[in-house]
Every structure is written in structure tokens, then in C-alpha cells.
Design a protein around this ligand. Structure first.
Ligand SMILES: NC(=O)c1ccc[n+]([C@@H]2O[C@H](COP(=O)([O-])OP(=O)(O)OC[C@H]3O[C@@H](n4cnc5c(N)ncnc54)[C@H](OP(=O)(O)O)[C@@H]3O)[C@@H](O)[C@H]2O)c1
Length: 301
């Protein structure tokens, strides 16, 4: 498989291992690198996607990360490349060719064991300080883009990566929202798209029983998306996205049953594990792991 030759692709380690003259250590480092698992994270240039990408990189995952704006993404790629091997093509998850590039990049790194569908839009257009539109007035092109970014793109990217994920007994982590289950005025487009993503996640879990498929409501976070939803409001009381990462890592490490989870329900367990020193090394997906740990909201397999 070919790794895309984009100018915004960064690859490599910052470990200095390649500079050693000790052939045995070189071979050992190469073998460890090729065994390291590969994750694809969309929307990784800021917010929760960036926080999770940093944590995965610190655990040794090799990464394919993406977002639309190349300048922001290249800064992130350079940072992550100091920790792990990273490929970072810029583009939109609604673009067919771009999704192909992401799948090829993952294959080029050895094959994805984890797909994180995190990239998302509130309305499919720049709100520019305006309130979220009610369904009565929702511009239809924006509604279409909302469903393309939040539902179609994630499903289409999953389709492309399924062969790689199946081979590794991997996992799909789809970022949902409480707006998928609560009826907040103004949140109808976004909420309906996240509800659709939840349902697609549940069906995928039934169809791909060797995988784990999790839909996760991360809760409110102090990010650009959240600020755009509450223009002019002080959102400094919302937790930073990094506080949610232990909950997502707990899923990746423990491989509980497929289903829908709230990060808030996972966090006490993740915190307890961290205190017990149980997290950290066991990051690689396991093909034979039985469902363990917390139960999803509404049950799961
Ligand atoms: N923040 C909250 O309070 C909250 C609450 C519930 C759920 N969530 C969910 O959590 C996830 C992360 O949200 P966040 O708050 O971290 O958002 P964010 O800070 O706005 O970051 C969104 C990321 O997605 C990228 N992105 C947006 N559209 C894209 C597209 N079409 N193709 C590729 N990348 C795209 C953005 O980069 P570019 O702009 O360069 O593309 C950015 O990297 C989302 O799924 C969101 O729905 C967030």
C-alpha cells in the first residue's frame, strides 16, 4: 500500500533510535515499531481529537490523523512525530478521495486496529456568532453537510477500514453527544445526526461481532465547537477535553462490550485504574479479549 505523498504529511520518530550504531538495538527497535498498533483519528487538529491523539502517541500507537486545515494539522503532526510515527493528510471526511488516502496511509503503517470518528460539525456552515438554527429555519445545505460530516463520512471511512480492523479484531470509536438523546431546541440537526451515528454504531456492532464498536458521549468540553454553540458565553467552567481522554483510553484498554457509553460513567473506573497503575502499557488491541468492564448505556453485547 502507498502512503500518500502530501506535503502536509509528517512521519518519523523523535526517539533517536535510528542514530545508534548498535545493529541489534536497531533491529529490536524496528521490530517494536512494526508491532505497534495503528489508530486513525479524525478531527485531530484540536479539541478532543488532539487530546486523544496525544495520549495514543504517548502510549506508542502509530497514527493517521486528519482535519481540513493543513496549517493547524501540520503543527500537530510535527508535535506527534516527536513521539511516534504519524501520517497527517489534510482534508475533509466527506471527500471520497481523502478517505481513500486515510485508509491507504493506515495500511502503509501496517493496518489500523482503531478508528476514531471524532470530526464533527454543528451545522455544516460557519455560524459566525449566530445561534444554532431551529429546524424550521435550518438551511438545507447545512443540514446535508451536517449529516455528511457526522454520519456518512464516519460510515464510509469505517467501510474502507473494516478489512484492516477485522484482521486485528480492532475497534471503532464514534464520538456522540447527549444531543443525540435529549431534545434541545436548536440542536435538531446536530442531535439527529448524532442519533443516526449512534444507531449506525449499534447496527455495525451486531454485524461485526469480532470488533468492538463504541459510541461515546464525551459530555460538555471547553472546545471551539462548544464555544461556537454558545457564542459570547463564558464556557470556562466546562472541563478541558484532556479530562475525557482517560475514559476513552479505558475503552481501548479494557475492550468492554460494544454499545453506547457516557464518558462520565467511565471516568471513575479509569481514574481507579490509573491509581492502581493498571493503565498505560496494555494499549494494543487484543483479538481474543472477552467483553469486560463497564456496561454500555441501555445494555450491549
Ligand atoms: N465540545 C463539546 O462540548 C462536545 C460535546 C458532546 C460531543 N462532542 C463531540 O466530540 C467530538 C470532538 O468535538 P470538539 O469539541 O473537540 O470539536 P472541535 O474542537 O471543534 O474540533 C473538531 C475537529 O474536527 C475537525 N473537523 C471538522 N470538520 C471536519 C471535516 N469535515 N473533516 C475532517 N475534520 C474535520 C476540525 O478541524 P478542521 O476545522 O481543520 O477540519 C477539528 O480538528 C465531536 O464529535 C463532537 O460532536 C463535543
Amino acid at each position: 500500500m502507498n502512503v500518500p505523498q502530501n506535503t502536509d504529511v509528517a512521519a518519523g520518530h523523535g526517539t533517536g533510535a535510528a542514530h545508534t550504531t548498535d545493529a541489534a538495538r536497531l533491529a529490536s527497535a524496528a521490530s517494536a515499531a512494526s508491532a505497534a498498533p495503528v489508530a486513525v483519528v479524525t478531527g485531530a487538529s484540536r479539541g478532543l481529537g488532539l487530546a486523544l491523539a496525544r495520549a495514543l502517541a504517548a502510549e506508542g500507537w502509530r497514527l493517521v490523523v486528519t482535519a481540513r486545515h493543513a496549517a493547524e494539522l501540520s503543527v500537530v503532526a510535527a508535535e506527534l512525530a516527536a513521539l511516534t510515527e504519524v501520517v497527517a493528510p489534510a482534508g475533509s471526511v466527506v471527500d471520497d478521495d481523502h478517505r481513500e488516502r486515510l485508509a491507504e496511509a493506515a495500511a502503509g503503517l501496517g493496518g489500523a486496529g482503531l478508528l476514531v470518528n471524532n470530526a464533527s460539525t454543528l451545522t455544516g456552515y460557519d455560524l459566525a456568532g449566530a445561534p444554532l438554527p431551529r429546524l424550521a429555519d435550518f438551511p438545507l445545505p447545512g443540514l446535508l453537510e451536517t449529516f455528511e460530516v457526522n454520519v456518512l463520512g464516519p460510515i464510509a471511512l469505517t467501510q474502507l477500514l473494516l478489512p484492516q480492523l477485522r484482521e486485528r479484531g480492532g475497534a471503532v470509536l464514534n464520538l456522540s453527544s447527549d444531543a443525540a438523546v435529549e431534545a434541545y431546541p436548536g440542536w435538531g440537526g446536530y442531535g439527529a445526526s448524532k442519533a443516526a451515528l449512534d444507531h449506525a454504531s449499534a447496527v455495525l456492532a451486531e454485524e461485526e461481532r469480532e470488533l468492538r464498536v463504541w459510541a461515546v458521549d464525551p459530555g460538555d468540553m471547553r472546545t471551539r465547537m462548544h464555544q461556537e454553540a454558545f457564542p459570547g458565553e463564558d464556557i470556562s467552567d466546562r472541563p478541558l477535553p484532556g479530562t475525557v481522554v482517560p475514559a476513552l483510553l479505558a475503552l481501548v484498554h479494557d475492550r468492554p462490550a460494544s454499545g453506547r457509553y457516557r464518558a462520565a460513567d467511565l471516568l471513575p473506573r479509569a481514574t481507579a485504574e490509573a491509581a492502581a497503575g493498571a493503565t498505560g502499557a496494555a494499549a494494543a488491541p487484543e483479538t481474543t479479549a472477552a467483553p469486560t468492564g463497564p456496561a454500555p448505556v441501555g445494555g450491549g453485547r
